[in-house]
Design a protein around this ligand. Structure first.
Ligand code: KG4
Ligand code: ZN
Length: 360
């Protein structure tokens, strides 16, 4: 079963073809991040315009491996012959960006008669763990997740989705059965990385910049800057990250002349604070629900320190983490989710839904 998937919920335009929910035939991602860096953050209007420019070339590139002719001569015929269904990210996300992918997918479904499957972007993130990958991942070579071999996901599993807009915990009883357990009450973990990165002068480079700076030598001992671990010992499985920015600002102001090393120290401590909370609460959820596996996903799951801390728990739980390029936004996991859990929907009924809920 070959699925063509389209993702355009934020500032990435992505298309992929995936076979049986696990095998990547193509994976194309175009990002307008550098455009946004210029403006100091994602500008929805700019993101939507960039989506418009990129959507058709991205889909064409994703279809190329299915064609014997290059360039492809008849797209409609190619999709009709080689694709079984079309999946599209329908929310949550930015309305202008979502509309580009959703309307394109509806047009393709109409023109080819193929079934259309709308996909919840946040729930889909966790299905990046179901993808078979050959690329060696240096940080986690022993934890490749594969369905149907020795390293397959054992259920029940606890799934942590940590992205720029979401921090959510789910109980996964099998590939289809999901239950939302808790989420952030204010900022997402990715947002906390992004906001503190800006505060420390890394402009719009977000979590990656914090991770890089945190690995560099620190001037003062890390323990001298101590940030709170918000809601870590709270009984619920909810999170709160908005206070971290204020706490950093308070500590930051104490030092009138911050050096490079001071910045590294702050980056280290903020990364420690965020990752401590994420690991502690996820492990708590796993214990409460008798989970055998833990699944990480979303852009923040690319963080090497977070991956390392979870790996320290691997004697108790089987830890699954997608390769880094499948953690950040792409269309591969959209296809996988559609295969395992999607519902074919009449294209007339499919709409872009910016505030689509994840609390299922
Ligand atoms: O999943 P994603 O690509 O987009 C959303 O759906 O939001 O996640 C983007 C988020 C950003 O906040 C970015 O700073 C964060 O993921 N991120 C990281 C790392 N790579 C991306 N955060 C910490 N460490 C990283 N290495
Ligand atoms: Zn995402």
């Amino acid at each position: 079963m070959k699925m063509l998937a389209i993702e355009s919920s934020c500032d990435e335009t992505a298309a992929a073809v995936v076979e049986d929910g696990v095998k990547i035939l193509s994976n194309v991602v175009a990002s307008s991040t550098t455009m946004h860096r210029k403006y100091g953050g994602i500008v929805p209007e700019v993101a939507a315009r960039e989506q418009l420019k990129s959507i058709v070339p991205t889909i064409i590139e994703a279809l190329q491996p299915l064609s014997s002719s290059s360039p492809i001569t008849d797209y409609q015929l190619l999709i009709t012959k080689s694709i079984d269904a079309i999946a599209v990210s329908s929310g949550p996300g930015l309305i202008g960006s979502l509309l580009v992918g959703v309307e394109t997918a509806k047009t393709l479904a109409f023109a080819t008669g193929k079934p259309l499957i709308p996909v919840n972007h946040v729930l889909a993130h966790m299905y990046a763990n179901f993808i078979k990958t050959q690329i060696p991942d240096q940080s986690l070579s022993s934890t490749r997740s594969r369905i149907g071999d020795d390293n397959k996901i054992e259920f029940p599993a606890i799934s942590l989705v940590v992205s720029g807009g979401h921090t959510e915990l789910f109980l996964m009883k099998n590939e289809k059965d999901l239950q939302w357990l808790g989420g952030t009450m204010d900022d997402a973990a990715g947002e906390a990385f992004d906001k503190t990165a800006r505060l420390l002068g890394f402009e719009n480079r977000g979590g990656v910049a914090i991770q890089e700076a945190a690995s560099k030598p620190q001037g003062i001992r890390a323990s001298m800057v101590k940030l709170p671990r918000p809601m870590m010992h709270d009984k619920t499985l909810n999170f709160s990250f908005s206070g971290l920015k204020t706490a950093i600002l308070r500590e930051w102001k104490k030092d009138a002349h911050p050096t490079e090393e001071t910045i590294h120290t702050f980056a280290y401590e903020v990364q420690e604070a965020i990752t401590d909370v994420l690991v502690y609460k996820t492990i708590n959820a796993a214990k409460t629900y008798g989970a055998k596996s833990i699944l990480l996903s979303g852009g923040v799951a690319a963080n090497l320190r977070l991956r390392e801390k979870f790996m320290n728990q691997s004697s108790r739980f089987k830890i699954h983490v997608p390769p880094i390029n499948l953690c950040t936004d792409n269309a591969v996991y959209i296809a996988s989710y559609a295969y395992f859990r999607g519902i074919k929907t009449d294209w007339h009924e499919v709409t872009a839904t910016p505030d689509l809920t994840v609390e299922i």
